[in-house]
Structures are given as C-alpha cells and as structure tokens.
Design a protein around this ligand. Structure first.
Ligand code: DC
Length: 236
C-alpha cells in the first residue's frame, strides 16, 4: 500500500475502534498516526491537575486563559511501537484514558477556544500529508479535502463491552453499566455541541463494525485505498 501520500480522516463515535484501526492503517502505509482524542484528553488532564474542573463544573475562563501554557506532543516509543502523548514534556499516556478524564473530556472539548487551538495544531501536523488522523471533526473541519474519509459506528452496547474489557485489562475498577452510560452521554454531547459537532461528512464512507472482524475491516480499507490511488493516477 505505498505510492502518493494522502490524508486519511477517520471520524466516528466513541469506542468504535477508531484509534486501533487508524494506527494499523498508518503502520501499513508507513504514515504518521495522530490520535486527536488524546489531545483533548491531554487538555482535560491539564484542567483536572490544575483544579479548573471541580464539583461545580468547569472554570471555562481559567481554561481559556491557560490554553497557551498547554504543549502537546506525540513521541514514538520504539519499545512498544506506539506514539505516546506528552503534556508539557511529561508522558501522560497511562493517565488520559482513566474514567475521570473520560467523564470530563466531552465538556472540555466543547469549548470553542480549545477546539481552535487543537485544530491549528492538527492542521500543522498534516500539512505534508502521509497522515492518518482520527477524531470527531477530521473530515468535516480539520481536513475537509482529505482524500479518504471514513465515519465509524457500532452499536452502543458493543462499544461499551469493548471499552469495558480494555479498562479491565488496564486494571481499572469499573462496571459495564457505568461505561455504557458514559458512552451514551458522550455520544449525546459530541453530537449536540455547538462547535464542530460529531457528524458524518457528506463524502465520508460509513463503516459499521458491530459485526465484522479487524481483518475484514482492513481488507475493506485496502480496497478503498487502492481505488483512490488508481483514480488519482488515471486523473493525472
Ligand atoms: O476518541 P476519544 O474517545 O479518545 O475522544 C475523547 C473525547 O474527545 C470525545 O468524547 C470527544 C472529543 N474529541 C473531539 O471533540 N474532537 C476530536 N477530534 C477528537 C475527540
């Protein structure tokens, strides 16, 4: 799967396996992979650690006022073959998927100023193409001209079970019910916020992976990739 470098934009609901799929595609294509959810999670962790989120909700003025102090980077770890999230020089990969961050990330990511800063950073990361980026607004806002746009979905109960098993593996003490509740709540906030709500781009292809295997999913992608590359060769 080599040749001309393109942008692959993957959007969709929480826990549809976007990140694993995007990472695998990037690996196969020798592209850069960017997990934009990790960026919003990093901002959320920063807000929690600095007490900008409390019992009374978010201190939006404080969050906006401190945005310029937030530096997010991805650093490739040779040992596990994954790119890891760094916040102001510290590896925060093991902290950003916990339940506390998950409970607040949709609210933080709904703040327009937070989105503007993240989108600028994402566009900079993809300016040379050869990138696979996953999130909620990649095909609609970040890269509206991406050559391939995929919109991933799966039944909420299937997504909850997947996330539950992942969290159990990470040693988190959670119940399936609370995970499903969190997923449904995040679906609602992500699709109803004013700025860049999660929605399928008109030219995105839907992938419902409720009942297909990871291998079938990759075969599906390879066919799309080949047809896009072939069309591009015919056009030029
Ligand atoms: O992909 P994820 O579940 O790690 O994303 C965490 C949250 O970040 C999700 O609830 C919505 C938000 N998000 C966003 O608003 N825009 C993106 N491009 C990526 C994530």
């Amino acid at each position: 799967m080599k040749g001309k470098k393109i942008i692959v934009a993957i959007d969709g609901y929480s826990s549809t396996g976007k990140s694993s799929f995007a990472r695998q595609i990037a690996q196969n294509l020798s592209y850069i992979y960017v997990d934009t959810g990790a960026m919003y999670r990093a901002v959320t962790l920063y807000c929690i650690e600095n007490n900008f989120i409390g019992n009374c909700g978010l201190n939006v003025d404080k969050i906006i006022g401190n945005l310029k102090k937030i530096n997010i980077k991805f650093v490739f770890n040779d040992k596990n073959g994954k790119s890891e999230t760094f916040l102001n020089g510290k590896n925060i990969e093991s902290k950003i998927r916990n339940v506390e961050v998950s409970n607040h990330v949709s609210a933080v990511s709904a703040i327009p100023e937070v989105r503007t800063q993240m989108v600028e950073l994402q566009q900079e990361m993809g300016k040379n193409k050869g990138i696979v980026m996953d999130g909620r607004d990649i095909g609609t806002v970040v890269f509206p001209d991406a050559e391939i746009k995929i919109f991933m979905t799966a039944k909420p109960e299937i997504r909850a079970r997947r996330r539950y098993l992942e969290l159990l593996q990470n040693g988190e003490n959670v119940t399936l019910q609370e995970i499903e509740k969190n997923i449904r709540k995040r679906d609602y906030i992500d699709t109803h916020r004013n700025t860049s709500p999660l929605k399928k781009a008109d030219d995105a292809i839907i992938l419902d992976n409720s009942d297909i295997s990871i291998d079938e999913q990759m075969q599906w992608f390879e066919k799309i990739f080949q047809s896009v590359i072939k069309k591009d060769e015919n056009d030029s």
